[in-house]
Design a protein around this ligand. Structure first.
Ligand SMILES: Cc1cc2nc3c(=O)[nH]c(=O)nc-3n(C[C@H](O)[C@H](O)[C@H](O)COP(=O)(O)O)c2cc1C
Length: 380
């Protein structure tokens, strides 16, 4: 049933051998920001499990308030470079390409993982606004209360510095041997807080209209392209929902979405990684298309879906880990959507976190392993 997924996809210099991609998942096992041999083995096992592409956990860009947890990896120094080189070699050893997901947490810095050794600093917010006071959240309510007071909007200098940080980190990633660059532009983090009208109230060129709100993300993409050259594919993750409010929406209509995506597509995004909690949820009334479907239709750029592939739907609104258990109920539905051309790639998160051999089981006997929450606390 998954045969149609066994076709390659060329994205600039990267050949993705099949259409299943390991979705970015933060694991916090990189003490001091440096990937260990265990981390390399963890990614190698997923590559050996047959995925077409590994996208790593979020990796801090080279900026003082990019990420808040000391277990999140970075690319800033020789030690981290050596750690990443071992990861890249391990994944390449299984004939699989690997892209890092470059991450700046923006307004969410020091909110999710408070008290875990975060250095001092002030989070970057386009208009000084964190998010709504009453959103559906999975973060600690007291951290939201602490985050709500307005701070200074980002200055032109801060904006330019942040864009440079993405480009610097992307250049280093490619020098290390990564095959492409994934950018985290979703879930209410820095790029998304420019896209989202709730957090971007600017009236200068970085806001003011949907294309203005897309400018920061577009400039990040352009800066990365200039840093990495023409053969390296660039993916950008986007989402309607935010960590500051799972009910939030970037766009209420296809036209609004098109306005936001146009500048990003023009900047040279090769793949939109379209984050949804559940791939089978239509984006707008009147059509079954999901986010990846609309993005591909509106931009013509390749897109990737994600969300609950291989998992039953638990129904809990705002938790990444929500008690969902393996199921083959929806594999047919995701393949049908793929075969209709709705999107080009399918990302899989929790199923692969739980079981590096998940894809082989999905293609074969479907003897799935139960989801074991203990696997969140270790690198199996
Ligand atoms: C433990 C965990 C960590 C995650 N970390 C990230 C991350 O660093 N970057 C990101 O864009 N998404 C992250 N996600 C979201 C996943 O990439 C994926 O979109 C989500 O889990 C839905 O896919 P799934 O239902 O197949 O798990 C994370 C999810 C989980 C479960």
């Amino acid at each position: 049933m998954l045969e149609s997924l066994q076709t390659p996809l060329q994205l600039r210099g990267t050949t993705v051998a099949n259409r299943i991609v390991m979705s970015p998942m933060s694991r916090y096992f990189c003490a001091g920001g440096v990937p260990t041999a265990d981390v390399a083995d963890y990614y190698r096992r997923r590559a050996e499990g047959g995925v077409g592409l590994v996208i790593t956990e979020g990796v801090a860009v080279d900026h003082p308030v990019a990420t808040d947890n000391p277990g999140i990896p970075h690319l800033h120094d020789a030690e981290a470079h050596a750690g990443w080189r071992a990861v890249v070699d391990a994944v390449h050893g299984a004939s699989c390409p690997i892209w890092p997901q470059l991450w700046h947490q923006g307004a969410m810095w020091n909110v999710e993982y408070a008290g875990t050794g975060t250095p001092a600093g002030v989070a970057l917010r386009p208009s000084g606004i964190w998010g709504p006071p009453d959103g559906v959240i999975s973060v600690r309510p007291d951290k939201r209360v602490q985050s709500l007071p307005e701070t200074m909007p980002m200055t032109e200098e801060q904006i330019a510095d942040a864009i440079d940080a993405y480009a610097r980190s992307a250049r280093r990633a490619v020098a290390i041997g990564f095959d492409g660059i994934a950018i985290h532009g979703a879930h209410g983090y820095l790029i998304d807080s420019f896209l989202w009208d709730y957090t971007n109230r600017r009236t200068d060129r970085w806001g003011g209209s949907r294309s203005g709100r897309a400018r920061f993300g577009a400039e990040v993409v352009r800066a990365i392209r200039a840093a990495v050259g023409e053969t390296i594919p660039i993916a950008l993750r986007i989402s309607q929902f935010k960590m500051q409010d799972y009910r939030a929406k970037l766009a209420e209509t296809p036209d609004e979405l098109a306005d936001l995506l146009g500048p990003l597509a023009d900047a040279g995004v090769d793949l939109f990684d379209c984050s949804q909690r559940f791939f089978d949820t239509p984006l707008f009334d009147g059509s079954l298309l999901n986010l990846a479907g609309w993005v591909k239709k509106l931009t013509g750029v390749r897109s990737m879906t994600v969300g609950g592939v291989g998992l039953g739907k638990s129904g809990k609104p705002a938790l990444h880990i929500d008690g969902s258990q393996p199921s083959d109920d929806n594999l047919g539905r995701v393949v049908e959507r793929f075969e209709r051309g709705e999107f080009d790639l399918i990302a899989v998160g929790r199923s692969l976190l739980n079981d590096p051999g998940w894809l082989r089981r999905a293609m074969g006997a479907r003897d799935f392993l139960p989801f074991d929450p203990a696997n969140l606390e270790r690198l199996t």
